[in-house]
Design a protein around this ligand. Structure first.
Ligand SMILES: *Cc1c(COP(=O)(O)O)cnc(C)c1O
Length: 383
């Protein structure tokens, strides 16, 4: 069986976790800040806040930016449901911006158009969450310009994109956003089993997210409403959560980070081979912008011409032959829960077209040339 993705755990990774298990701290020890510092440094951002998942990180990112009842948050319909659920957790309303078929990313033209209409209707979003689909950054410079013009906050959902670059800077530098969120779920580029991280250049946002991930509690006397009662004292200043990452997870993440550049290089090499193999077929891959270096979390193709009618049978047949083809993603607005919120078929036509054409085929760093050849031959044979 060839899966669509697979984690890559080395003996060093295993040793790093064992070291934590033998240490004094399983959680709230030194590994979490060490992992945070390493991620901040890697991205060229000032601060990083670890959480027990990207979903949690997205939630506290929204809260730290003041998203709440009466606000509207926009994201892409072609993403995992966590990209939009985070706004609903805050009591905000969600809306979507249609994608660009060629990249699968939020269309900046559609965003611009929707903003102009929203301004007229007094329905501008409080925050926009662009999703870097498959590891390719959205056009962040334009999104940042629109954020200034229309006064909204930007959270990059970079769950797919650690190790990617935009305009020669690491995704996560936050040059064009308030906060960037990464996921370390095992299917992603590097893993901490479960885990996520929110990076930012704002000390204020970082402090707020770190408080929210731990019950809304502070230990810092300067944040307290009265002098400390003694060494045991802490104050809960707002309603937070237990969204903490453990030291075992952080040690695994930190160890995996050493392999990140290597993983992304190999992923790019595999993608290049696929691009070449599909060059003269009824298959197109997601187009890559010159501004971007993708981390290739996923390799997505779109079927064209006569291939479109065989979409479902191609995915099914590949699976029958031991190749776990997948589909990222079902448009969020068509999920039954989102339909109860008022969304329906036809709302985001490009996202719906994409859903009828997209196939994710296997890509992971330990994939062999033979496995890649097998995937290519079987897929082309099914067209
Ligand atoms: C995986 C993923 C998430 C959620 O990540 P978790 O760490 O599993 O919570 C959010 N957004 C996108 C785009 C993802 O792919």
């Amino acid at each position: 069986m060839i899966p669509y993705g697979r984690q890559n755990i080395s003996q060093d990774d295993i040793n790093a976790v064992i070291d934590v298990l033998k240490s004094d701290w399983l959680t709230q020890g030194p590994a979490v800040p060490a992992f945070e510092n390493a991620i901040a440094e890697y991205c060229g951002a000032h601060y990083a806040c670890a959480a027990n998942s990207a979903t949690s990180a997205l939630h506290i990112a929204c809260l730290a930016l003041g998203v709440g009842e009466g606000d509207i948050v926009w994201t892409s319909p072609i993403s995992f449901v966590a990209s939009s659920n985070c706004a609903l957790y805050c009591g905000a309303e969600v809306d979507f911006v249609d994608i660009e078929l060629e990249t699968g990313n939020m269309s900046v033209a559609a965003l611009q158009e929707k903003l102009a209409i929203a301004k007229q209707n007094n329905r501008l979003p409080k925050a926009v969450i662009p999703v870097h689909l498959a590891g390719q950054s959205c056009d962040m410079q334009i999104i940042a310009k629109l954020a200034k013009q229309y006064n909204f906050k930007v959270i990059e959902d970079a769950s797919h994109a650690i190790g990617a670059k935009y305009k020669d800077k690491p995704v996560g530098s936050c040059e064009y956003s308030d906060i960037t969120v990464f996921s370390f779920h095992p299917v992603k580029i590097i893993t901490s089993a479960e885990g996520g991280m929110a990076v930012t250049n704002s000390a204020e946002l970082d402090k707020r997210m770190k408080r929210l991930r731990s019950h809304g509690i502070t230990n810092h006397p300067e944040e307290m409403t009265e002098p400390s009662h003694g060494p045991w004292y802490y104050q809960q200043l707002e309603l937070g959560f237990n969204y903490r990452m453990t030291d075992m997870q952080a040690a695994l993440g930190l160890s995996q980070l050493k392999q990140l550049n290597n993983f992304v290089t190999v992923r790019n090499d595999i993608a290049k081979t696929y691009n070449h193999a599909f060059a003269n077929s009824d298959i197109v891959h997601l187009t890559q912008s010159d501004n971007c270096y993708s981390s290739y979390h996923l390799y997505v193709v779109r079927l064209t011409r006569s291939g479109i009618a065989k979409h479902k049978s191609i995915i099914t047949s590949m699976r029958e032959q031991g190749i776990i083809a997948h589909l990222h993603y079902i448009p969020i607005h068509l999920q039954p829960y989102y339909q109860t919120l008022g969304f329906s078929e036809g709302d985001f036509p490009n996202a719906e077209t994409y859903y009828k054409q997209a196939v994710t085929i296997p890509l992971y760093p330990t994939m062999t040339a033979y496995e890649q050849q097998l995937v290519t031959n079987i897929l082309i044979g099914l067209l």
